[in-house]
Design a protein around this ligand. Structure first.
Ligand code: IPE
Ligand code: IPE
Ligand code: MG
Length: 241
């Protein structure tokens, strides 16, 4: 079966999942962490090269203060709880986004866990927190502008390749498959540049209910796609060759 090298997921629907059980939204976020753990496990087992999870967008700060602070607590606790197991499973963990907005404790925890797992040969797991696709483009442009102003780079060298090299996931192949749970069919400022030729998969399942069976449906769907990248299909081409 044709497996994606890199899967990106917008983990949406935690709030509705909790509300339908008459529980607070934070209960849904807790259940969401369990779903994420399971999907990471399956991806590592299936030897997927990279998994990028959208956990907190730059726009999510606009939620009620109480929900944001519960989410920050949950990030801190999950980080402490999960890192050893991730490390044991050879996962290489990193965080992408503007981390400056987080508390020093949380930032410290993120940096330590990145360092601890940096040499691992397994799944490249990237967690997008305070991430926005527009932020990513802007920060890449800013880095190149600095290099131009320091005379390291000519303005004509600001091109797709140099810009690409400054993006958060520059060292990974672009996502082959984007999954968004929770029924909405939008990108919500997740990876913008990187999704140029990604296959999009939307499902109604709310994130806490997304498990190995739902992941398999997405992988089956992906395997049936024909990726053309602007070319015409060759007569023999079947699936996404
Ligand atoms: C996604 O679930 C998790 C975060 C954005 C942190 P939501 O909290 O957006 O859940 P819904 O969309 O309101 O159901
Ligand atoms: C996208 O979900 C962000 C994450 C899953 C972290 P949102 O729930 O914030 O997206 P919108 O508001 O429905 O577009
Ligand atoms: Mg949502």
């Amino acid at each position: 079966m044709n497996l994606p090298r890199h899967i990106a997921i917008v983990m949406d629907g935690n709030g509705r999942w909790a509300q339908s059980r008459r529980r607070p939204r934070s209960f849904g976020h807790q259940a969401g962490v369990k779903a994420a753990r399971e999907v990471v496990r399956v991806c590592a087992e299936r030897r997927i090269e990279a998994l990028t999870l959208f956990a907190f967008s730059s726009e999510n700060w606009n939620r009620p203060a109480n929900e944001v602070s519960r989410l920050m607590d949950l990030f801190m606790r999950s980080l402490n709880r999960e890192v050893d197991e991730l490390h044991g499973n050879k996962v290489r963990l990193r965080f992408i986004g503007d981390l400056a907005a987080f508390s020093p404790d949380l930032r410290h925890g993120m940096i330590l866990s990145e360092r601890k797992t940096a040499a691992n040969p397994g799944l490249n797991l990237s967690i997008a927190v305070n991430y926005g696709g527009r932020w990513d483009v802007a920060q890449a442009a800013q880095k190149l502008a600095k290099r131009v102003s320091q005379g390291e780079l000519a303005p004509e060298q600001v091109d797709e390749r140099s810009l690409q090299s400054e993006f958060a996931l520059a060292d990974l192949p672009s996502p082959d498959l984007l999954i968004r749970t929770g029924g909405e069919q939008r990108i919500s400022n997740f990876l913008l540049w990187q999704l140029a030729y990604t296959e999009l998969y939307f499902c109604e399942t709310l994130w806490p209910d997304f498990g190995p069976a739902q992941l398999q449906l997405a992988l089956d769907d992906y395997a049936s796609r024909q990726r053309r990248f602007g070319r015409v299909p060759t007569p023999k081409q079947v699936g996404n060759g």
